[in-house]
Write a protein that binds this ligand. Sequence first.
Ligand code: 3HC
Length: 283
Amino acid sequence: MEIKTIGVVGCGLMGAGIVETCAKSGYTVKVREINDELLQAGLARIEASLKKAVKRGKLDEADSKLAWERITGTIQLEALKDSDLVIEAAVENMELKKEIFAALDKICPAHTILSSNTSSLSITEIASATQRPEQVIGLHFFNPVPVMPLLEIVRALLTSDETLKISREFGDSVNKTTVVAKDTPGFIVNLLLIPFLLDTIRAYESGMATKEDIDTGIKLGLNHPMGPLTLADFVGLDTTLFVADAMYDEFKDSRYAAPPLLRRMVMAGKMGKKSGAGFYDYE
Ligand code: 3HC
């Protein structure tokens, strides 16, 4: 099976990055948002990122134009009916994802692979909403998608060898290095990243150092591109909490228990960079 047309569900931060990455690699991409306002905001994000890539010398002006022309926006899920691969990047809500996958299963032809960019929900459970669980897989990209070189592929209990093979080839085709994880909470990267971020927040909460010194310590002491509190803001404190809670629910291990400060910051609307404030201010 040759993938030519890709459908993306959701044009938020991750969805927009996925659309851009696929379009730059030559795929025809249709992206669906739930209303016109969100769609226009998502398309504007893609346009701005393509311009940034040109400005930084990562992309020719002509290639940027070609990539942009390969992208179509829609607010109808049915418009994704011609996709060979669908990548779902909607909000992290299992009931919503099951509804989307059940609908896609009816809309799309028999050969279509249905995938989710979820960072914490079970692909096996998502697949149970379809009649084609062997063609359901996790394709977990990293933020910022156009820049981060990894694609984490999540093999659910019933995913077929053929679906895994096509997914690996797809990862190669969009210039990502692929790793394969089993369908367990957090997969590979978040299984190890989330306890690290939670420990950092606990350290800050205990008052052992300032946030700036914790970040500088890790950034310069371990050569990380960002300090962990900056990274938590960048990932989104709501997302960090959501993934931690999902992992704690499954493992009941205190390593995944969210520190009170994190939960309270989310309650107070401090979601990190996207909301204008988290551990740091971004206004
Ligand atoms: N298109 C293509 N390339 C771009 C680009 C774009 N729109 N924007 C930037 N770039 C390129 C730049 O040209 C540069 O490349 P170079 O090093 O070869 O010159 C590179 O990307 C870095 O760009 P910048 O100079 O603008 O930015 P920084 O050097 O400040 O790095 C960063 C920014 C890439 C975000 C870096 O700080 C970083 O890697 N941070 C960590 C990010 C991370 O860990 N993400 C994963 C989060 S976890 C996750 O997503 C999983 C989820 O489930 C929670």
